[in-house]
Design a protein around this ligand. Structure first.
Ligand SMILES: O=C(CO)[C@H](O)[C@H](O)COP(=O)(O)O
Length: 229
């Protein structure tokens, strides 16, 4: 079973005609975007706003009309993947390097749906290294301050050069032996000069679509238990 496809395509059930939809980044939401593209080709009308250049390219390929922030006053729904999800529906994101645009779009959306295969569901956040987007200027000093928060920071690299985000920044991946107080840490990281944002998404997801142990689609809604399988 392709879990990413199952959960990614299920999210399309929440998209209604005429919506402005935030389009996330990654190999799970790719299935959402592809299915939305097929519907658009059959006459279903939506507008998309992408969270990365990679997603922008994919959305254009599948035929989803795109808008930018200066053309809209709201986003109805954002759909995105995650690297980790806990039972409170808090997330670590940014494995794909798009955390800043993803957080801007998730925050702007009336509803934020996360699509996550069963491997992503954890009791406690922090096994996945926390991505932190930093400006290149003085990043060595920024890393020093990040280390003071208890993690082991490592500059993300691609082809032996610093990985560059769509915003022209670097990503520091931060390994924690135990990531305690994620709500505090999300805010604390962003107080370090040079940090643009971090991959903790606390209190943002409204719905998580995943699979249970028996591989049934399972939908969790913030503040409620399971709403359907
Ligand atoms: O945060 C992200 C990109 O910045 C992705 O949503 C996250 O990495 C999950 O990706 P995938 O669906 O490929 O496992």
């Amino acid at each position: 079973m392709n879990e990413k496809k199952e959960v990614g395509e299920k999210a399309v059930d929440f998209v209604k005609e005429g919506m402005v939809v935030g389009l996330g980044t990654g190999t799970t939401v790719l299935y959402t975007i592809s299915k939305l593209g097929k519907l658009v080709q059959q006459g279903f009308y939506i507008k998309g706003i992408p969270t990365s250049k990679q997603t922008e390219k994919l959305a254009i390929e599948v035929g989803i009309p795109l808008v930018s922030f200066n053309e809209i006053d709201h986003i109805d729904l954002a759909i995105d993947g995650a690297d980790e999800v806990n039972r409170e529906l808090d997330l670590i994101k940014g494995g794909g390097g798009a955390l800043l645009r993803e957080k801007i779009i998730a925050k702007a959306a009336k509803n934020f749906i996360v699509v996550a295969d069963s491997q992503k569901v954890v009791n406690q956040l922090g096994s996945f290294p926390l991505p932190v987007e930093v400006v290149p200027f003085g990043f060595e000093m920024t890393m020093k301050h990040i280390r003071e928060l208890g993690g082991s920071p490592k500059l993300r690299q691609k082809n032996e050069l610093p990985y560059i985000t769509d915003n022209g920044n670097y990503i520091i991946d931060c390994v924690f032996s135990e990531l305690k107080f994620p709500e505090y840490l999300e805010k604390r990281f962003n107080m370090i000069p040079g940090v643009v944002d971090n991959g903790l998404f606390i209190g943002m997801a409204d719905i998580v679509i995943t699979l249970d142990r028996d591989k049934n689609i399972t939908i969790y809604k913030r503040g409620q238990d399971l709403i359907s399988t």
